[in-house]
Design a binder for this molecule. Structure first.
Ligand code: NAD
Length: 261
């Protein structure tokens, strides 16, 4: 349990990749603060399971990642009630699929706020505590779309490219403080986020469900397999190790070879 005594704050951790991060961190003894939307009973069940797994505290905070003041309040609550956060994973994300000329302006603004700006607000609020401890791990869930584009995902691709740039800037600014900043760039991971975009992609491209799965989602993934949430979480754990102190400013691809082509 190499994370005993550490506190981790993971946004968007009521589902998918974020929940897998929280489970992996708790399994190594970290106290965790989870966040995201969902049904209250289901969230409480996950929270209790995380506390049982870690032997440390686990809390849930409902902050909306599109609201800067709620993000700052969540970090402050984490510091007051759990200590830290020593590890911050900015992971909450949403998707919207549409041609640019029809892309709703409010959807653009929402995706930039949740998928990009929340990482800035989280980092800004967490840095003073990390500097005081001379130890910190900032991890951002980017995407293969931080390196390459796909049509009809203009806001998402822009936000994820932004995360890759923000990661590098944070790494340079924090390099001498024992704080690393890295992003993880999965290819297609089978989660509710991917499931939800199938109908819109069917509409935008005039395809059947099977065509979207095989000809769009897995078309660019040479292994022809979805990435698993556990594989992504394992990378985050690796970045939290003291042995990873020299890994900073990196964009870690886990994409079945997608961006190699
Ligand atoms: P998911 O839909 O399963 O989970 C998204 C999480 O974000 C949920 O907990 C949800 O409640 C939360 N969330 C959404 N809006 C929020 C808001 N305003 N405030 C707080 N929480 C909010 O999706 P996922 O696939 O696990 O995605 C997690 C991250 O991984 C995202 O940043 C996504 O872009 C990225 N990603 C996913 C894939 C994939 O194929 N699934 C690939 C690459 C990157």
């Amino acid at each position: 349990m190499f994370l005993k005594g550490k506190t981790a704050l993971v946004t968007g951790s009521t589902s998918g990749i974020g929940l897998a991060y929280a489970k992996a961190l708790a399994a190594e003894g970290a106290a965790v603060m989870i966040n995201g939307f969902g049904e209250a009973d289901a969230i409480e069940t996950e929270r209790a399971a995380l506390a049982a797994a870690s032997g440390a505290a686990a809390l849930y905070d409902a902050a909306d990642m599109s609201k800067p003041e709620q993000i700052a309040a969540m970090v402050a609550r984490c510091a007051a009630e759990l200590g830290g956060p020593d590890i911050v994973i900015a992971n909450a994300g949403v998707q919207f699929v549409s041609p640019i000329e029809d892309f709703p302006i409010e959807k653009w603004d929402q995706i930039i706020a949740i998928n990009l700006s929340s990482a800035f607000h989280l980092t800004r609020a967490a840095i003073p505590g990390m500097k005081a401890k001379k130890w910190g791990r900032l991890i951002f869930t980017a995407s293969a779309h931080s390196l390459v584009a796909s049509p009809f995902k203009s806001a998402y691709v822009s936000a994820k490219h932004g995360i890759a740039g923000f990661t590098k800037t944070a790494a340079l600014e924090l390099a001498t403080f024992g704080i690393t900043a890295n992003c993880i760039s999965p290819g297609y991971v089978w989660t509710p986020l991917v499931e939800k975009q199938i109908p819109d992609t069917m509409k935008a491209r005039g395809m059947t469900r099977e065509q979207v799965m095989n000809d769009v989602l897995l078309a660019g993934q040479p292994t022809k397999q979805f990435v698993t949430v556990e594989q992504v979480a394992a990378m985050a754990l690796h970045l939290c190790r003291d042995e990873s102190a020299q890994i900073t400013g990196s964009n870690m691809s886990i994409d079945g070879g997608w961006t190699a082509g």
